[in-house]
Write a protein that binds this ligand. Structure first.
Ligand code: SAM
Ligand code: SF4
Length: 315
């Protein structure tokens, strides 16, 4: 179905699409959004059929991987309608990123689709600490959903944002949880985005520092990763799989293969750019020239910081 291989002016093969389904969320992770937040009115979100139309045309031009995100994608009542629509596309990889509060109820139906790659945020395995970071009392529900997804055979990864003085004492417990359940865990460096900017220096921990902590318990062997992987990974000597997404200390912009469709219908060339031209209302033959224009706007080196909060960008 795909007719083009999309290459930008730096020779990067652009083939991955993140679709943010909405900016709203049922958590209030302290590094992502303020406790009081006004969200886009639901009526302004692109509807399921519009999203499917836009994605179908992007796939025709060379996109072959899609990940749904937000905000919290499972808050959309039409989440499964969107999944079923995108499931018809010839994708190499199809998945979503979620906080997992509403995951369990969708798993059986999801299992019948190609949407098998589920990244789940898990910043703590301690109930009080989980509450401190996410402002919700949902650790148990989230852990149950993780185990059920794994049990059903989904490709599950855990995403943990480490914050100095908040959850860095849980590194070993988090790895133990992941390893006991045969799940890959990835530690994300806090990024200079939105609400976290005033406290970034206080909370930031580099991947290098985390690796040194991990090495006090495990020896690590490097794993070979694809050129456009955002993480670099290790196997532990007890069989665990740990990744690091070091967006601040080891940015991966030179190998970036992504575009981002926002909940406002705009196609952003980069996570760190707070705007992009709107895809809404395009005719099928307008997608290719449009993509060339957006790819041209893609930076090659890391933009230092972004004022807009992450839940609006679609992490
Ligand atoms: N709500 C879903 C979730 O939490 O998995 C999907 C959206 S969330 C914005 C996507 C990812 O972005 C999560 O793994 C979250 O931890 C991460 N994130 C949010 N703000 C961040 C920041 N300032 N730095 C690094 N990662 C961040
Ligand atoms: Fe919600 Fe995800 Fe942001 Fe947490 S990181 S507030 S779960 S969008």
């Amino acid at each position: 179905m795909s007719i083009n291989e999309l290459r930008d002016k730096h020779g990067r093969h652009i083939h991955k699409l993140r679709i943010s389904l909405l900016d709203a969320c049922n958590m209030r992770c302290l590094y992502c959004m303020p406790e009081k937040q006004v969200f886009m009115p639901n009526k302004d979100w692109p509807k399921a059929d519009e999203l499917i139309y836009m994605a179908t045309n992007l796939v025709k031009q060379g996109i072959d991987e899609i990940r749904l995100t937000g905000g919290e994608p499972l808050l959309r009542a039409d989440f499964m309608e969107i999944v079923h629509g995108l499931d018809k596309l010839p994708l190499k990889k199809f998945g979503f990123t979620t906080n997992a509060i509403h995951l369990k109820k969708h798993l059986k139906e999801l299992k019948k689709t190609n949407c098998q790659y589920i990244n789940i945020s898990l910043d703590s395995v301690n109930r009080e600490n989980f509450h401190k970071i996410t402002k919700t009392d949902s650790l148990e529900v989230v852990l149950e959903a993780i185990l059920m997804a794994k049990e059903l055979g989904f490709k599950v990864k855990l995403n943990t944002v480490l914050l100095r003085g908040m959850n860095d004492h849980e590194i070993i417990d988090l790895i133990d949880f992941a390893e006991d359940n045969d799940i890959e865990i990835r530690f994300l460096e806090l990024m200079k985005i939105g609400v976290v900017l005033p406290v970034f220096d206080k909370l930031f921990i580099s991947a290098e520092e985390v690796i040194n902590k991990v090495k006090t318990k495990w020896s690590l062997e490097s794993v070979e990763m694809p050129v456009d992987s955002t993480s670099f990974n290790f196997k532990t000597n007890s069989g665990g799989n740990i990744g690091f997404i070091a967006s601040e200390s080891r940015p991966f912009c030179g190998g970036c293969s992504r575009l981002r469709l926002g909940a406002d219908g705009k196609l952003r060339p980069c996570l760190m750019l707070d705007d992009g031209p709107s895809l809404r209302g395009l005719e099928p033959d307008q997608f290719y020239p449009f993509l060339l224009k957006v790819m041209d706007l893609k930076p090659h080196t890391r933009i230092n910081e972004l004022i807009q909060p992450m839940h609006q960008v679609g992490g």
